[in-house]
Every structure is written in C-alpha cells, then in structure tokens.
Design a protein around this ligand. Sequence first.
Ligand SMILES: C[S@@+](CC[C@H](N)C(=O)[O-])C[C@H]1O[C@@H](n2cnc3c(N)ncnc32)[C@H](O)[C@@H]1O
Length: 269
Amino acid sequence: MDVMNRLDEKKFRHVDDLLAFISIYDDAARTQAYLELLRAHAHVIENRVCVEAGCGMGLFSAEMAKLGARKVYAVEQNPLMAAVAREQLRQWPQVEVVELAIQEFEPDHEVDVLVHEFYGQFLFDEDLAALGDLRFQPGLVLPDGGALYCSVLPATAYLDDTVTAAALRELQGVLVSGLFAETGDEFQQKALSWQYGQPFAMRQRIDLHGREGDLLAFALEVSHAGHTICRAGECDNWALVWTPRAGDVCEISFIPDEGGHDIEFRWLS
Ligand SMILES: C[S@@+](CC[C@H](N)C(=O)[O-])C[C@H]1O[C@@H](n2cnc3c(N)ncnc32)[C@H](O)[C@@H]1O
C-alpha cells in the first residue's frame, strides 16, 4: 500500500506509517506467534497492570484484556493509529489508549508486563532502542530478546534473469530487503543482538574473514527467554536483507531519526 497523492510532510509520515503498520496484520504467522507468547504468560497477565508499547490497532492489548489484565495501557505515538486503536478497544473498559511515545509515558501504577513489537528487519531500524529509555521499569518484557544473524552465500545460486550479476554489482554498498525470498543456508553468525535491560551496541563490525561467498544475507530473529518466537523469512513482516559482498569487514550503525533509526552500512576492508 502506497500513498499516491501529494500530502504535507507530517500527514504523509503519519499515513505512511499507518499503512505500513496495517499491513503487518497480513502476517498471520507473526500474529499467531505473539498471541501464543501472551497466552503462555496468562498467569502473569491476569489481574496485573500491562502496557503495550506501540499498540498499533490494539490486537495484543485486547488479548491481554481477554486474559484478565486489571489494567492495560495501550501506548501509541502515531495519532492516526491511536484513533483506530481507541475505536477497536472501546469494548474493553480496562484498556486505556495513551497517545504518546513510550519513552515519555509515566504510568500511575507499577507495570507488571510490557509487550512490544518494535523489531525492524535490521533489528534496531524500527524502535527497539526506545525500550532502553523508559521512565518506568516493567516486571517482565515480552519478548525480551532479538538478534540479527548473517550468512555468506554464493551469488550464483541466487542470480536469475532479473537479478543478474550486473544488477547485483550496481547494488554494492546497498542493503536490499527481500531481494531474494529465502536461503537454504543456516544463519549462524550473530551480527547484532538485543536483550531487554542489557547494554547493546548501536555500531557493530562484522568480520567475514575465512568465510566463502560473494553475497551477504541478514535475518532477524525475535526471541523470548532464549527461545525463538519468529524469524525473518518465516514471518512475512520481516524479509531477509541482502547485499553483495565487497570485503571481509563491514560496519553497521544506527542513526536516530524521527520515530526510529536509520541504518548506515559500509565496507571497511
Ligand atoms: C510494528 S507496529 C506493532 C503494532 C502492534 N504492537 C502489533 O504488534 O500488532 C509498531 C507500532 O509502534 C508504534 N511506535 C513506534 N515507536 C513508538 C514509540 N516510541 N512509542 C509509541 N509507539 C511507537 C508505531 O506507530 C506502530 O503503530
């Protein structure tokens, strides 16, 4: 879904985000994995105070209400999205939609559980870092971990009549999401990781010395308590990210931007 007509910049940003976040509900695997995670924690949600950070349309806030939460704060910074959530969550009196960035939210109660889906395709390129900047301390964060894995592959196994060797050469230095749909390879090398409550690096070097292959692929993994919840490629919401290999060491860094982070990527050697 794309906006076709000219809008003022602020309206465009809000509508563009609204459309992007509506489209995540096409990913039934992601939604199901999250619902299962919440249901597996029903005992810590029932009668407790919960927060959904970035509630979108409020599906997971509604689920926490169904699981017996005493109070749910559905916090959403996009005003258009918050209006949709308010409408969707009207039937749950214990759910309060708060139109605010989660970093600015100061709840009136101790928070037992915080649920979020702030994972970008490149781990930190959405708003995961915001969870390091909260004004309250939740008892439990669901999910509490994530990682970006990488793999080096032979381009010849992927090139076709559309993505030719020449086209790939032109993409040097460019990270392309969804260039190819899947790899048959295991993503074994951890490039970046995030664990709630622990320091994390927003700049990281990746050393590929000794690894054969001229195509580099990245895959996000969402985890909780060390168990995988969803993976790029298996959940449509996160595509694999690709770039032609142009060296043995590359560097990724994340630059704060309005409502998230931009990615900088370069080859060092
Ligand atoms: C990927 S969507 C997830 C929506 C919903 N939680 C779900 O999983 O279905 C992320 C949502 O978080 C909102 N968001 C992003 N950063 C935020 C922040 N710092 N504070 C509050 N909301 C935020 C976005 O506007 C968007 O609606």
